[in-house]
Design a binder for this molecule. Structure first.
Ligand code: ARG
Length: 300
């Protein structure tokens, strides 16, 4: 079922089926990371502006941090010709089915510049023994058939529920296929601001009860749904959300939050809720419209 309004919510948080949380973090080495085209407002004026050495250092600091908190971090080498493949939240949507089998749904990228990345990532999953699913075009209309993986579709922490953003990179119409494949209800949230073009730029699920959001990127229906499900909604301010990518923070284990440095207000609020917040520089990636959350894929 696709839920778009609070009146359609027929469950409470504690009634949701539990689901194992992922313990592995896939990262793609940024060897060929660059800004070669403009497909989101953050990339404007930044073509050719990436400092490659700095980008590699920033990426390595994150890789080490995931290992330090005890997660397994498989690394995939970068691919020439795909400057955005380092943002490996976008090409796929992995999940565990009720038998415990590892599955993955491959994305249908909105922009032609990124479509070739999907095949590359798909081959990696094939080598790992995942059941791989392709999405069908909806009503012979490519614009109704976009899906950008865990950029827009987020698993509720530890529960069988998906939050699905739509409007820029993912189409509302695609979610019925995702719901059917995963056998999971999806709460669909319309995104309203081009700077927050993926759900992971304005919603970061910290654990089953806490979420960090930027309210300015949602409709009132969306905000009502978020506050109906999460007992604790932490709000980032517009400066930290838009200029520091605060809400692209990643909480891989329900305890540690990895976030772009300088998000003072969001960090204080999360620390007040007992999260262990750690700051990183992702400046080179922010020029491309991404930060911590986009630079990895959580896996089972
Ligand atoms: N330059 C990339 C794009 O526009 C950045 C992707 C960031 N990823 C994310 N999940 N927000 O597609």
């Amino acid at each position: 079922m696709i839920i778009q309004h609070r009146s359609e919510l027929n469950f409470k948080l504690d009634e949701l089926e539990p689901m194992q949380t992922p313990g592995r973090v896939l990262m793609v080495r940024p060897t060929y990371f660059d800004i070669e085209y403009v497909i989101n407002p953050h990339m404007e004026g930044n073509i050719g502006q990436v400092d490659k050495d700095q980008a590699m250092k920033e990426w390595e600091a994150l890789e080490n941090a995931y290992r330090e908190i005890g997660l397994d971090v498989p690394i995939l080498e970068g691919a020439e010709g795909y400057p955005d493949i380092v943002f490996c939240a976008n090409q796929s949507f992995p999940y565990l089915d009720r038998n415990g089998t590892r599955n993955v749904i491959m994305s249908r990228m909105a922009h032609p510049q990124r479509r070739g990345e999907v095949e590359y990532i798909r081959n990696w999953y094939a080598g790992q023994g995942y059941h791989i699913h392709q999405l069908n075009e909806v009503s012979s209309n490519p614009e109704m058939s976009y899906f950008e993986g865990m950029g827009d579709a987020l698993w509720h922490y530890g529960k069988r529920l998906i939050w699905g953003g739509y409007g820029y990179r993912t189409s509302l119409e695609i979610y019925s296929q995702i719901s059917e494949l995963t056998q999971t209800d999806i709460i669909a949230l319309e995104l309203t601001s081009p700077e927050f073009y993926h759900l992971d730029t304005c919603m970061s699920i910290l654990d089953d009860e806490h979420v960090l959001i930027y309210p300015g990127a949602f409709t009132q229906d969306g905000l009502d749904l978020i506050s109906a499900v999460f007992p604790h909604v932490i709000e980032a301010n517009s400066y930290e959300a838009a200029k520091r990518f605060a809400v692209n923070a990643c909480c891989p284990d329900g305890k540690h939050v990895f976030i772009q440095e300088g998000c003072t207000d969001a960090n204080q609020k999360m620390r007040d809720h007992e999260f262990d917040v750690r700051e990183f520089s992702t400046l080179e990636y922010m020029r491309s419209g991404g930060s911590v959350f986009c630079m990895k894929m959580m896996l089972w």
